[in-house]
Ligand binder design. Structure first.
Ligand SMILES: [Zn+2]
Length: 338
């Protein structure tokens, strides 16, 4: 065994056998923001053998306050790629796979296929419902975690135990919940919650919860400003749409194109129904007459008086400067095509 992990191997809770288990484990991190970067950093240093980092966005200056793997040189780069590069320089013995995609019902089952555990690094309830459907259906453990303001919560969702829809049976409307963009967030709470999430991930991968008989779970709620720490029991609901009735309505959706309002950012994201690989370079060359274009292998940024577009290789685009879906769709059609 390599000396890299010696301080972890002498821990009673892990040992040589536990370290070997971690090295043979695979974890998907969905969303590489504040929580995702903390989890990725911890898991990579702990020697989890294979890590998938899935994120649709690119690094912005206001992310550096709390997204611990990024620095000023990463601004403008896709988060998944910037994080994977940083991790490769921390631990080159493990496999890291960056995936620049908006995770949605058309691709989530394929992306999460075969992983041992899923870490929640998302910032919205809709994506969490999708993760919940896939993980409950395929018996993959996942860890729900969120942080906002000075507080956070976390709950392990283990096969055959209570799921997130036992906790939230109704589906909150998009934009109805506060976000870090509208309410703000302290960087210590995201580090704490990301670390709680990673600890739980390690415990699950080592089989710590394998013989627990209760079908209930606990939701941890922590406020770092007040030092309040609560553990609330979530009972498994036999009538739960997801884990009770096995009705996976989020992944069985039959919507076509996906248009998402990026809350608090005055931006709309458009994901084509049928993603295909685009040549960003040739689209950028066409747009050069209409405004300024910056193009890399992963992303093309276009800007003029009317709009600002970030276009990814799979055809997904973030249209800035509007909250209007129809306007965003029109801009997409005008500059990128239908
Ligand atoms: Zn449930």
């Amino acid at each position: 065994m390599q000396s890299r992990y010696s301080r972890q191997i002498i821990l009673q809770n892990i040992g040589e056998e536990g370290q070997e288990k971690l090295l043979n484990s695979s974890v998907a991190i969905v969303g590489c923001g504040a929580l995702g970067t903390v989890a990725a950093n911890n898991l990579a240093r702990a020697g989890v053998g294979k890590i998938l980092i899935i994120d649709r966005d690119f690094v912005e200056l206001n992310n550096l306050q709390r997204q611990m793997l990024f620095d000023e040189n990463d601004v403008g780069a896709p988060k998944a790629v910037a994080a994977a590069e940083k991790i490769a320089s921390i631990n080159s013995d493990i496999e890291v796979h960056p995936i620049i995609k908006d995770i949605n019902y058309t691709n989530i089952e394929e992306i999460l296929n075969g992983v041992d555990l899923v870490i929640d690094g998302t910032d919205n309830i809709q994506t969490r419902m999708l993760i919940n459907d896939v993980c409950v259906k395929n018996k993959i453990p996942w860890i729900y975690t969120g942080a906002i303001g000075t507080s956070g919560m976390s709950m392990n969702i283990l096969p055959d135990k209570a799921c997130i829809r036992c906790l939230y049976p109704g589906i909150p409307k998009a934009g109805s919940l506060p976000t870090c963009d509208t309410m703000g967030v302290l960087n210590t709470i995201t580090v704490i919650m990301g670390s709680i999430e990673t600890t739980e991930a390690i415990k699950i991968l080592l089989g710590f919860y394998d013989n627990i008989e209760s079908t209930n779970s606990n939701l941890l709620v922590y406020d770092t400003w007040n030092h309040s720490f609560d553990s609330i029991m979530v009972k498994k609901n036999e009538k739960c749409e997801c884990c009770g009735k096995e009705n996976y309505e989020f992944i069985d959706s039959d919507e076509q194109e996906i248009i998402t309002s990026l809350c608090g950012r005055n931006a709309i994201q458009i994901t084509p129904a049928d993603p295909k690989e685009l040549s960003l370079k040739s689209i950028g060359e066409k747009l050069e007459k209409l405004g300024t274009v910056k193009c890399s292998d992963f992303i093309m940024l276009f800007k003029n008086d009317e709009t600002e577009i970030s276009l990814f290789r799979d055809g997904r685009a973030i249209i800035k400067g509007t909250d209007d879906e129809i306007m965003a769709r029109t801009i997409y059609a005008r500059y990128i095509g239908t």
